[in-house]
Structure formats: C-alpha cells, structure tokens
Design a protein around this ligand. Sequence first.
Ligand code: DC
Length: 226
Amino acid sequence: MGLPTTIAIDGPAASGKSTLGSLLAKELGYLYFDTGVMYRAVTLAVIRAGLDVAAEEAVGKLAGDVRIDVSPPSVDDGRDYDVLLDGEDVTWEIRADAVNDYVSDISVYAAVRKAMTDQQRRIAKENKVVMVGRDIGTVVMPDADLKIYLDASVEVRAQRRYDEMVARNQPSDYDDVLRSLKNRDQIDSNRELAPLKPADDAVVINADDLGILDVLEKAKELVYRV
Ligand code: DC
C-alpha cells in the first residue's frame, strides 16, 4: 500500500488542526483545504447582506448563491491561501469577531451544509488532499485513507488562542476567549447534522501536553505506516 492520498483532520476550534493540516500538506505536497473558511465566508456574506442569522431560509439561499474560491496565496502576508467571496479577497476579514460569533449558528442549517459539503467533495475527488474541519472523517470523506481527530481541553485551547492574539497585538481577554470557545464547542458538538465527533475509525491525538511539532511527528508516523 502507498501513502494515504486523502487525509481528514477534524477537531474542535483552536485545537491546532489547521496548523497541523498545513504542515502535513506541505510535507506531502498535497492540497491543504481548511473547510472552516467556507462556513466563515458564508457567515461574512450573511452579515454584509444584513440578514438575520435566525432567518434559515434566506441564509440557506444565500449560501447556495455565493461563490467561494480558495486558491494559492497571492500576497506574502503570512496567509496559507486566498479566500475569495464572489471574487473579493476576504482572507483576513473572515477571522473577525463578528464572524466568530455567528459562524457556528449558520453552520447548523441543512441548506448551508449541503452547499458546502458538495463543493468539498468535489475538491476531495480532484486532488490529493489534507482536508480539515469538523465532519470531514464522518460525512465529507467517510472513505478517507487516514482520519485524525485532534483534541485538547478547552482551557488549553483558550490559552493558546489568547497567546496568539497577544502576539499579534490584538487586544483580548482570556475569559472572553474561553467563553466564546465553549459556546462554539457546544453548538458544533450538539447540532443534529454532522456534529463534531471523531469518526469510529479516526485516530485521536490529544494535544494538551504536545507542541505542534510533536503533533506533526505523530501524524507523520501515522501517514508513513498506513
Ligand atoms: O475551524 P474554524 O474555526 O474555522 O470553523 C468555523 C466554524 O465552521 C465552526 O465553528 C463550525 C463550522 N464548520 C463546520 O461546521 N464544519 C466544518 N467542516 C468546518 C467548520
């Protein structure tokens, strides 16, 4: 058997899964695809359109109408990729607090999930890929060659996210970060459709006591032994 060509990485917000996915994809020369950016781009579109987040039908329709493209980075400012919403570069805007606050609510809707899942499956079919998200191993690529679920306690994740924000000179408050992560965990794990959970055949890595390079080493061991 050769190397796995489809790798799913799932886990809660701020577990380090995006960093792991990006490093692993570079190591293997595969496409790195962070599916969270699609849900974030739809959320930004909803906010910009002035739609009520609770208006499921209108939000679902908008999700089907917008065009989201993720492509190699065109600007050397620390980004791993460009995210385009109807052609406009929104790579950094989708990280805004307002998007963080609403993205989990919008990700619950069936029409939103269907629009995103269809596109993600198409990308997975066309590429050797490391795909990162919440439901990649369970729903988007249930036949992935390797599934990793990266976990860490909410306190450790909040501390890391807080430290990152301080390092970027972004004013922040640890308790606010913790509260926001707990809220997203709650919604992501308890929704009816495609909730956050490890696939039965996923390998769970707990990163509480591991730095990102230790996590990468563990993931590489799994890749090269499959
Ligand atoms: O990984 P992230 O923080 O960028 O994800 C943002 C939100 O998008 C997350 O809270 C839930 C949603 N999401 C999802 O429902 N399914 C995915 N595969 C990826 C993200």
